[in-house]
Design a protein around this ligand. Structure first.
Ligand SMILES: Cc1cc2nc3c(=O)[nH]c(=O)nc-3n(C[C@H](O)[C@H](O)[C@H](O)COP(=O)(O)O)c2cc1C
Length: 337
């Protein structure tokens, strides 16, 4: 990965320093850019919350070859990881590669490794356009996310999504707070439970609601008919001082985990972090910035190399905690004093 990181550092100059640990410190406040909003406390807490979680190391057992596969929303994934939706290569990453080449690297790299890539949305229009063109070219193998626009724009985009062959779509409802959209004067807004129910019904596809941090919103999402939620503070980019995902995930998973699929993201930097979020109640996790760096640094090969790395670390963590299956992770693998 060193070559990939070195190349990414060169291409992302002024936008991302490709730090030894991607933790929000050096890039604090850099939105647009790759950072977290304001003090970056929400970005940093994603990592801090995960660091507080410790494993019970177990070696006296028979687990030598763990099974990392999970089935999420009807799709089998070789490991419980998705590339999080990230858009805006030009204003967030420096634009040394095109949005098209970026999504191509993410979508194809993920497909090659048996997982799924998600795509972002935003202004300018080609962010979504490039994503949908690539998902279509990949036979619908990808999950496009749409911002919580007003109805007309939202449903125009849904119709375009339908043409790609994708069967799952997401809405990052927390983008209602994005400063980048506000700066551009674009109308996004929160949605009440009834409105959300109407949107999900009319969309008529497997629906993921991203940006849930409370039990109240999680229950409302399930009541509105969402098939899945992503417990996420948007990588700390929408509201400073929100908690890291790992802090709120257990109570949310307890509240809705038997009704809908629970995904989570924020600060996942290793296979061990993936296993931690599974033990805290997620069915699968999304990883954001590290995928962007891998894509910039090595295009599709960067992405596949990164997935190999995460899988190797996950297998190692599963063996050392005696976890046989990624779809049956118990919270007893976590250390409680
Ligand atoms: C530059 C950038 C752009 C993003 N764009 C989107 C987007 O278009 N849609 C979305 O749902 N989330 C977006 N996100 C949030 C990510 O999907 C994800 O929630 C977050 O990056 C996870 O945290 P991590 O980067 O620490 O893994 C973006 C994040 C970054 C850093």
């Amino acid at each position: 990965m060193k070559e990939i990181y070195d190349h990414a550092r060169e291409l992302m100059k002024g936008y991302c320093r490709v730090c030894p640990e991607c933790n929000g410190r050096a890039c604090r406040g850099e939105v647009p850019g790759m950072g977290g909003l304001g003090t970056a406390s929400a970005f940093k807490d994603n990592l801090d919350a995960l660091k507080e979680v410790r494993f019970n190391m177990r070696l006296v057992h028979d687990v030598a070859e763990p099974d990392t596969r999970v089935t999420i929303l009807g799709k089998e994934l070789d490991l419980p990881v998705l590339a999080a939706p990230i858009g805006g290569v030009s204003f967030n990453m420096g634009g040394k590669i095109s949005e098209e080449d970026y999504v191509k690297a993410i979508i194809r790299g993920c497909k090659e490794k048996g997982i799924m890539g998600c795509t972002g949305d935003g202004v300018p229009e080609f962010i979504h356009g490039a994503a949908l063109a690539e998902i279509k070219a990949s036979g619908g193998h990808g999950i496009p996310f749409i911002k919580p626009w007003e109805d007309k724009e939202f449903f125009e985009k849904i119709e375009k999504v339908r043409n790609t062959g994708a069967s799952i779509v997401g809405m990052d409802i927390d983008a209602a707070g994005l400063v980048t959209l506000k700066q551009m004067g674009r109308p996004v807004s929160p949605k009440g439970v009834e409105k959300l129910g109407e949107i999900i019904k009319k969309t008529d596809m497997t629906f993921i609601l991203k940006g849930v941090l409370t039990v109240e919103d999680a229950v409302a999402a399930a009541d509105a008919g969402a098939d899945a939620i992503v417990v996420s503070n948007h990588g700390g980019r929408v509201l400073d001082f929100t908690p890291g995902a790992a802090r709120v995930l257990p109570r949310i998973a307890r509240a809705v985990g038997d009704r809908i699929t629970v995904l989570a993201d924020g600060g996942v930097r290793s296979g061990g972090d993936v296993l931690k979020l599974l033990a805290l109640g997620a069915d699968a996790v999304m990883i954001g910035r590290p995928f962007s760096v891998a894509a910039l640094g090595g295009l599709k090969e960067g992405v596949t190399a990164y997935i190999d790395k995460i899988k190797m670390e996950l297998v190692q963590a599963m063996v050392l905690t005696g976890t046989q299956r990624a779809d049956q992770v118990k919270d007893t693998i976590l250390f409680r004093s």
